[in-house]
Design a protein around this ligand. Structure first.
Ligand SMILES: [Zn+2]
Length: 236
């Protein structure tokens, strides 16, 4: 009778190592994922650009109001200085001063709207800045956690791989050949346990004939459904 328990020990290690490698590869993939920071950065960038635009717009309106105010002041100081002797010219200048006054009023309305817009973007920018900072902090924490998990997995693999090698060395080449072949055909799981007369892997009932063979057979008994090597821990 082949010693299936040796292969079972090997399979336990193989499964553990395979899970560790999968976990390690997932962890390493997660380490490269900075999408949350990229997303927050992109929102920040968009709001920042819009903020600059409304700010620039506001400054332009302010300059325009200032320019009109200066122009009006200059005309008015001419009027009040009594330098104008021609009544027609005086009327024309008064008319222009009034026109400019209307323009200033209209521009100031626009300026008010623009200032409100700037204020909204100030708040938006502050929020986006805070969100970007939060995203960066949690990314750093996440990366640090993942790195320590990565190191733990690597350490565990380094501990289990020599044990796996030792377990293989305990088995004959023939035994390993069968184990590797059956495992390859069955998602890496070559050995199934007999649990309540069922195969632990495919969960189907094992025919009585095979159960009898398990007690006495000197060769491997295979599950008639999934084809794995059957192993009964305690023989009745
Ligand atoms: Zn089976």
């Amino acid at each position: 009778m082949y010693d299936v328990s040796l292969l079972l020990d090997l399979q336990t290690l193989d499964r553990s190592i395979s899970n560790l490698r999968k976990d390690l590869s997932d962890t390493e993939a997660s380490l490269t994922d900075d999408s949350a920071v990229v997303k927050a950065g992109s929102i920040f960038q968009q709001i920042s650009t819009a903020h600059q635009t409304v700010n620039k717009n506001q400054r332009e309106i302010e300059r325009e109001v200032q320019r009109l105010t200066d122009r009006k002041d200059s005309i008015e100081s001419k009027i009040y200085a009594g330098e104008i002797s021609n009544p027609k010219e005086l009327t024309a200048l008064q008319g222009e001063a009034a026109n400019i006054g209307d323009l200033i009023e209209a521009k100031e309305e626009v300026l008010l709207t623009s200032m409100e817009e700037t204020e909204r973007y100030n708040q938006g920018l502050a929020k986006a800045t805070a969100q970007l900072e939060t995203a960066e902090i949690s990314h750093r924490e996440r990366v640090s956690g993942l790195k320590s998990k990565q190191q733990q997995l690597i350490d565990q693999l380094h501990a289990e791989e020599p044990a796996q090698q030792a377990a293989r060395e305990l088995c004959s080449a023939h035994l390993l050949h069968i184990y590797d072949r059956v495992g390859k055909a069955n998602k890496g799981i070559a050995i199934a346990l007999v649990e309540s007369d069922r195969c632990s892997e495919c969960r189907l009932s094992i025919p009585k004939k095979l159960l009898e063979m398990l007690k006495t057979a000197s060769e491997f008994v295979y599950c008639n459904s999934c084809g794995r090597i059957l192993y009964r821990a305690v023989y009745k």
